[in-house]
Design a protein around this ligand. Structure first.
Ligand SMILES: [Zn+2]
Length: 406
């Protein structure tokens, strides 16, 4: 396989998590009588542009099925993050009723609704039917398509170039990152701004976040690599902000390469930090796998110990990262009987691979487990502050970056 960005043959493995079903392929009881599809979950690193990427195995359309269950508005923390973002952009970029905002992967309208409320015209792009419908109900126009160069050019031709193109947690999820970036270039008005948020590869490595690796997540990005990809299509990263979301994300600000805005010190600082950590050398990549194994072993040991001691345990948050962790560790319902989740679309289903049942949040309150394993550790604080009120005697457990019980 060659690098999806620069075409260099990929010879170095970053992490090999064996085989796993797509992390969003939640099952119904009826599905259990059918075979379950497993794909290799292996991640490579390119020693030329340092793009970390999943090995090719399947088409994107197999992964984003019509009943894809993730609704962004389920997390109150994420909703607040989106609102702050919208307010910041309106103020910084001086957006008003004549401006135009596009969000790629607009999901259920969790972000664009803030622009609608402010009277700023916007367009969502979202191929997933269930979430697109939810956004339309909020008054957001949605194109139900995948974004790329063809769509970017069509929008430009129709006079629909944007002052602001937002992409939150989509850039790492696109199979063809070059085509997507060309689309951004085409759909951006002269003088316009692109913002993209994605988990920062430097934090993923630092905190051993191997559970954020799944098939739908094609790329793991450093600022170095994103700057390189932008440059090849005539865009430039002129500013960057660090965010605490998803275990440490970057929000990059892009513009046309010839834009008058100067590249800020923040960009240079993060590029320097990445270089100091050796991210343009092989060392941090080849040292990653053993740390993933330690986390897996510690979790298994904990679950077995508690079971032998007669303690009860349940999980909270049927997140994609939970599926990577549980499947790599081989955890089944005998060690973890169920997981509660607030998303109605996931309830009454089973986690892919592990077949752990997903229940509503009431189930965990009634079960009163001794331990609650919080799978989406990135929202652990939010979950813990809610659950500790109704489960005063439970201890809360997270597995990444290291097993923590409190
Ligand atoms: Zn490359």
């Amino acid at each position: 396989m060659n690098c999806r960005h620069c075409g260099t043959p990929l010879t170095h493995t970053f992490v090999d998590l064996g085989f796993a079903p797509p992390s969003n392929a939640y099952l119904t009881e009826a599905d259990l009588s059918k075979p379950e599809k497993y794909y290799p979950l292996k991640v490579k690193v390119c020693d030329c542009c340092w793009l970390v990427q999943t090995e090719d195995y399947a088409q994107a359309d197999e992964l984003f099925s019509a009943d894809y269950a993730y609704f962004s508005s389920t997390s109150s923390g994420w909703l607040a993050h989106a609102k702050r973002y919208a307010e910041q952009m309106m103020q910084q970029l001086g957006l008003y009723a004549d401006s135009f905002v596009i969000e790629v992967a607009s999901n259920d309208g969790y972000l664009l609704k803030n622009f609608v409320e402010a009277g700023i015209p916007c367009l969502g792009i979202e191929p997933t039917v269930s979430t697109a419908k939810a956004a339309e109900q909020l008054g957001i126009p949605v194109l139900r398509e995948f974004f790329g160069e063809a769509l970017g050019k069509r929008l430009a031709k129709e006079g629909s170039q944007a002052d602001l193109i937002a992409g939150n947690n989509v850039y790492a999820h696109v199979p063809d990152i070059n085509d997507f970036t060309k689309g951004l270039k085409a759909a951006l008005k002269p003088g316009g701004t692109i913002t993209l948020e994605f988990p920062h590869l430097m934090r993923l490595i630092e905190d051993s976040q191997f559970d954020t690796i799944y098939h739908e997540h094609f790329s793991y990005l450093s600022l170095f690599t994103v700057s390189k990809i932008f440059a090849t299509v005539g865009l430039r990263v002129w500013h960057v902000e660090e965010q605490s979301t998803h275990g440490g994300s970057l929000r990059i600000f892009g513009c046309h390469a010839d834009d008058a805005r100067q590249t800020t010190k923040a960009v240079l600082r993060i590029l320097q930090e990445e270089a100091q950590r050796g991210m343009q050398t092989l060392a941090p990549y080849v040292e990653f796998h053993p740390r993933a194994d330690r986390i897996k072993n510690d979790l298994l040991e904990f679950l077995i110990q508690q079971k032998n001691a007669g303690k009860t345990i349940a999980a909270y948050g049927a997140a994609a990262k939970g599926n990577t962790l549980l499947n790599y560790a081989g955890v089944k319902p005998d060690l973890l009987p169920f997981v509660s989740d607030a998303a109605a679309a996931k309830q009454e289903k089973l986690m892919p691979g592990s077949h752990i049942p997903i229940m509503n949040p009431q189930a965990i309150i009634e079960a009163k487990p001794d331990y609650v394993l919080i799978l989406p550790w990135n929202i652990a604080e939010e979950v813990e502050s809610q659950l500790s009120k109704v489960l005063p005697n439970a201890q809360f457990v997270t597995a990444v970056p290291a097993l923590k019980v409190q």
